[in-house]
Design a protein around this ligand. Structure first.
Ligand code: SF4
Ligand code: SF4
Length: 225
């Protein structure tokens, strides 16, 4: 989800690259699952997240809707987000994947936003940089860890390129949709959901190759430069 706030209000004063040490280490969140509760619709899912969740659950995108995930209109476009469904002892709603032991049940396949937090991405001029959000993680004994190890993805530079391309594609589409009538918007929402999420990805093939073929098709179909 895009936060339209001045970065000065929420950052620690510097940007980080993959080789930088950043104070986010939290002993694997042992004894704390605050980030998995009460997040409402804020853990938005990109196509790679659905690719991973399909492997973790053995379910298709459409099978997961209304159980593990839900669809919401946010920032002018309908996209999936993690569903906060289970009632926790504190009364807040917890992520569907949070186990009774307070641990993530799909840790190796967790979505990108779960890998990122409490870092954020600051988008500017067709690119982005990582920054640390002040006051977001509850632990006070955090230690430094290399950003690359924190994000914990294969091929991090390719991942960043994908994240950037997806972000600006969604941004461009949501701006274009503002000029369409309700019926045209609906058609576009359905197309995007099917093109990037609903049509199953081949989980034994490279995700990025499949994504970029779909992105080219979508740009042609939706006339997005
Ligand atoms: S997917 Fe895992 S890490 Fe992310 S909110 Fe759910 S339980 Fe927490
Ligand atoms: S608040 Fe910090 S320690 Fe707790 S779950 Fe979130 S990142 Fe982990």
């Amino acid at each position: 989800m895009i936060r339209n706030v001045g970065i000065e209000e929420i950052w620690d004063g510097r940007f980080y690259g993959y080789q930088d040490m950043v104070r986010v280490g939290c002993h694997d969140c042992e004894g704390c699952s605050a980030c998995c509760h009460g997040m409402e619709e804020t853990i938005q899912l990109d196509p790679l997240d659905i690719f991973r969740l399909s492997i973790a659950t053995g379910k298709s995108f459409y099978d997961m809707v209304e159980h593990e995930i839900e669809l919401r209109l946010i920032d002018g476009i309908i996209l999936p987000n993690l569903r906060m469904a289970a009632e926790s002892p504190t009364g807040s709603k917890a992520c569907f994947f949070l186990g009774k032991d307070g641990r993530c049940g799909i840790h190796p396949y967790r979505p990108g936003i779960c890998r990122l937090f409490p870092l954020g991405r600051y988008y500017e001029n067709g690119s982005f940089r990582y920054f640390l959000q002040k006051g977001e993680c509850r632990r006070t004994d955090r230690y430094k860890i290399k950003l690359r190890d924190w994000i914990d993805v294969e091929k991090p530079l390719q991942y960043d390129t994908y994240i950037c391309d997806w972000h600006y594609f969604v941004k461009g589409i949501s701006q274009s949709l503002a000029y369409l009538d309700e019926n045209e918007k609906r058609q576009a929402y359905l197309y995007i959901l099917k093109q990037f999420y609903g049509l199953p990805y081949e989980t034994d093939r490279d995700f990025y190759e499949q994504f970029y073929r779909r992105l080219e098709e979508a740009r042609r179909e939706l006339l997005c430069p």
